[in-house]
Design a binder for this molecule. Structure first.
Ligand SMILES: NC(=O)C1=CN([C@@H]2O[C@H](COP(=O)(O)OP(=O)(O)OC[C@H]3O[C@@H](n4cnc5c(N)ncnc54)[C@H](OP(=O)(O)O)[C@@H]3O)[C@@H](O)[C@H]2O)C=CC1
Ligand SMILES: CC(=O)N[C@@H](CCC(=O)OP(=O)(O)O)C(=O)O
Length: 311
């Protein structure tokens, strides 16, 4: 019977921003069934552990502490533990976890497909790593280069509380944050870009619901071999040739870029703006912070881990 082949998934935290996005996307997959816990028991460890014992895969869409607690519950199940995709920050650079950015490097999607524990990337690092890693692998940016990453996100990136503040009109139209230079995404950004020097990361949030731009300014004469703008573009285009979700596009002559055109998709667009005459370039990634930056990437990972065809 068809139903015997269905893969079962429990979303721990399914009522949150990321959880709802994953639930909606999974609803479109005929090969999976999503099992839910009674709302009043959603924080009950016994009920969550019982649910985990009966499913193929658990997605954690929880604050970090609750995500760690859920992993401990799953570990108690021993060999009966389901596979886990953790959308929180808790395990992104933790030993034993595979980083869930399938396009990280050639062969990385296979590592995800064979993993039992996958940590879904942060939204900002998805853009930053996608831009930096191929150029560092190609030797066009040195591993000890002093990199700066700037970004702007829609307010849904801050979860329920930030969404409420913006929709109630009590949040600023725009703000820089993370100016203590210790944003929680820095460890994964540094490790998976292969940067030896800690980058400076300056995020910001605007009064629009979803969408994201991540940019990296570069002085070309400070890079090995003093590459041209076209060399940077070519290295990115080569790395992502044939990719379903990552596209390398020409820079728009207008010199402008808005953040919302990929909303509700799992797409990531990369562009290299710049001028050889000036010896300057800006790498820019565009994504939906709730799509390729969160729920879309989680579903991409779930498909790989459950052996489902690419959507
Ligand atoms: N928003 C985004 O763009 C992204 C968020 N993430 C990560 O995903 C995780 C969830 O974030 P987000 O969806 O934005 O957050 P939300 O605040 O929107 O949702 C969190 C959910 O977790 C529930 N929850 C909290 N504590 C527990 C617990 N102990 N047991 C069970 N459920 C619990 C909450 O329930 P209640 O409200 O009733 O307390 C809520 O439904 C975070 O770790 C975040 O960092 C990852 C990528 C992107
Ligand atoms: C606008 C905003 O507040 N964004 C969040 C990051 C959202 C995200 O993707 O974070 P995780 O995947 O690591 O949970 C922040 O800066 O903390």
């Amino acid at each position: 019977m068809m139903s015997q082949n269905l893969k079962s998934i429990f979303i721990d935290g399914e009522a949150g921003t990321t959880g709802l996005g994953i639930r909606d996307r999974l609803a479109a997959l005929p090969e999976v069934v999503v099992k839910s816990i009674a709302p009043e028991k959603r924080k009950d460890p016994v009920a969550r552990k019982d649910m985990m014992a009966g499913v193929d895969l658990v997605v954690l869409c929880l604050p970090d502490d609750a995500a760690r607690e859920s992993v401990a519950l799953a570990d108690e199940l021993g060999s009966a533990s389901p596979k886990i995709v953790d959308a929180a920050t808790a395990h992104r650079v933790a030993p034993g976890w595979v980083y869930g950015f399938a396009e990280l490097a050639p062969g990385h999607a296979d590592k995800i497909a064979n993993a039992n524990r996958v940590s879904n990337p942060g939204c900002y690092p998805t853009g930053g790593i996608a831009l930096l890693r191929p150029l560092i692998d190609a030797g066009l940016i040195a591993q000890d280069h002093p990199v700066t990453v700037n970004a702007v996100s829609g307010y849904s990136g801050g979860g329920k509380s930030m969404i409420e503040a913006h929709e109630a009109g009590s949040a600023p139209a725009f703000e820089l944050y993370g100016l203590g230079l210790k944003h929680k995404h820095l460890p994964e950004l540094q490790v998976y870009s292969r940067l030896e020097r800690r980058p400076i990361f300056v995020p910001s949030v605007g009064n629009f619901r979803q969408g994201m731009l991540v940019s990296v300014p570069l002085h070309l004469d400070t890079l090995p071999g003093k590459p041209k703008v076209a060399d940077l573009h070519a290295a990115l285009a080569e790395r992502y040739a044939g990719s379903t979700y990552v596209k390398v596009l020409p820079a728009d002559a207008s010199g402008k870029l808005e953040p919302e055109s990929l909303n509700d998709t799992n797409q990531l667009e990369l562009r290299v703006f710049g001028s050889d005459d000036l010896g300057q370039a800006v790498l820019v990634a565009k994504l939906d912070n709730l799509g390729k930056g969160a729920s879309g990437a989680a579903v991409q990972n779930i498909r790989l881990m459950l052996g489902l065809a690419e959507g």
